[in-house]
Design a protein around this ligand. Structure first.
Ligand SMILES: [Zn+2]
Ligand SMILES: [Zn+2]
Length: 135
């Protein structure tokens, strides 16, 4: 799998603080201009999937019906988990969900994909890649 390095000096590299143990997880956050919506995290790990096909589905509206329609087609994660609505990145220290996704329906239109250091991004437009925070 490809690895994409993001230097810590970049403005879109920061920390996702765990609400449970306060660990500052290093993460890359996609800009709003990259329009990485919708995206879904794995139920078990911090991997994320972003598909342009889903964007067309939810372009006009974010509703529970459209969410269910997309969710039914989400793939399994190589870790054995599954990409599901409502899951967020998992804290590297305590392994609990960081609760990034509070409202799965509203989150359909959230363009800011947060990828923790070491997590992988899956897409329907390019091969999967692992994010690595360096520098
Ligand atoms: Zn934690
Ligand atoms: Zn996973």
């Amino acid at each position: 799998m490809d690895t994409v390095d993001y230097p810590r000096t970049l403005p879109w590299v920061g920390h996702l603080r765990c609400p449970h143990c306060q660990h500052p997880n290093e993460a890359w956050r996609s800009s709003g201009m990259s329009e990485c919506f919708p995206h879904f995290y794995c139920s078990v790990c911090s991997n994320v999937v972003h598909r342009e096909a889903d964007k067309a589905t939810v372009w006009d509206a974010a509703t529970p019906e459209l969410l269910a329609q997309v969710a039914a087609t989400l793939p399994e994660c190589p870790c054995g988990g599954r990409f599901v609505p409502g899951a967020g990145p998992k804290c590297a220290q305590c392994r609990q969900d960081t609760d990034l996704v509070a409202d799965p329906v509203a989150y359909l239109h959230n363009p800011h994909m947060v990828v923790l250091d070491g997590a992988c991004v899956f897409s329907d437009r390019r091969g999967p890649y692992r994010v690595r925070i360096v520098g």
